[in-house]
Design a protein around this ligand. Structure first.
Ligand code: 13P
Ligand code: SF4
Length: 301
């Protein structure tokens, strides 16, 4: 009897599929993935890979972004119920209303948003390029949706005002500054790496504010040996694998868990390849408008 990993590998070959996984996926899903990465790395990957079939182990907006960039490919998500509550906090209708009260403003939308919201926006960003993206717009009024924390981080870095939508990531919101202070007291030599989706008191305690991909690169390049990690738990799998001589202390490991990222399991990856379901598609009219905001972001880097 083949193990589930062997069954997935055999079926993946038969289908000519590639499996890509976000850094927050459960360890065993990351282990069978061909590529793991942050939101920007995965959207780039999905667009450039030669495979006709892409199994996207992540949340729905990520697979949707891949489908917008590569409409000719079959983009599969192992669990279509894996959504993102932050992305759901803003709708195209709410964004249109906000734009109506700020005529002339440009809209930067975090990639954690629906295709409809991307279609209403001027440019997308991820946590790794948000500062550069906002900077590229020059001296105009900027509406930033939906993450108030990432938006505030960008505004702080650029020393400017922005109109921030009041969305947030419920998982990162559960990481408190008191949790970080506790960890710092236990591990005084550790550097604090936090995700910009964390709230301000946590961001103020961080030595570095980084996307998940940037955290991986930073930890590898750094001479430091110990790190306190303030983001979703799943990232610790990669950090530990890639840096066997270094120590990683996750902040609040019981609560810093994204239940939607955790909906993807090995069984669901196998079923998805067996049934070739669920395929993620975006209506052409929306995709046509959304693709330009994603492509503008990709041009910036
Ligand atoms: P990154 O991997 O781009 O840092 O994104 C974090 C996140 O919350 C994705 O949902
Ligand atoms: Fe959404 Fe937060 Fe989960 Fe990322 S970690 S998918 S932002 S809820």
């Amino acid at each position: 009897m083949k193990t589930i990993e062997e069954q997935i590998a055999a079926l993946k070959k038969k289908r000519g599929a590639v499996i890509i996984a976000h850094n927050y996926q459960v360890d065993e899903v990351q282990a069978i993935a061909d590529f793991t990465g942050d939101s920007l790395e995965l959207s780039r990957k999905a667009a450039t890979l030669p495979n006709e079939v892409v199994v996207f182990c992540g949340v729905h907006f990520m697979a949707e972004t891949a489908a917008i960039l590569s409409p000719e490919k079959t983009i599969l998500i192992p669990d279509p119920q894996a959504g993102c509550p932050m992305a759901d906090m803003v709708t195209a209708e709410k964004l249109r209303a906000l734009k109506g009260s700020h005529p002339g403003a440009k809209v930067v939308c975090y990639v954690n948003s629906s295709a409809e919201v991307k279609a209403e926006s001027d440019i997308c960003c991820t946590s790794s390029n948000a500062v550069k993206v906002a900077q590229s717009l020059g001296d105009v009024e900027i509406i930033f949706v939906p993450d108030r924390n990432l938006g505030a981080f960008v505004a702080e870095r650029l020393g400017r005002e922005m109109i921030l939508y009041n969305g947030f990531c419920p998982t990162h919101e559960r990481i408190r500054d008191s949790d970080v202070l506790e960890m710092k007291a236990e591990h005084p030599d550790a550097l604090v790496l936090a995700h910009p989706e964390c709230n301000k008191p946590v961001r103020d305690l961080a030595d570095e504010l980084l996307s998940t991909g940037q955290m991986c690169r930073f930890a590898q390049a750094s001479d430091h040996k110990e790190f306190i990690i303030a983001t979703e738990m799943g990232i610790n799998y990669r950090l530990r694998n890639e840096n066997p001589g270094k120590k990683f202390y996750p902040v609040n490991p019981d609560r810093a868990v994204c239940p939607n990222m955790k909906k993807i399991t090995l069984e669901k990856v196998l079923w998805c390849l067996q049934d070739m379901k669920e395929r993620v598609t975006v209506p052409k009219a929306i995709a046509r408008r959304a693709v330009s905001s994603i492509e503008r972001m990709l041009e910036i880097g």
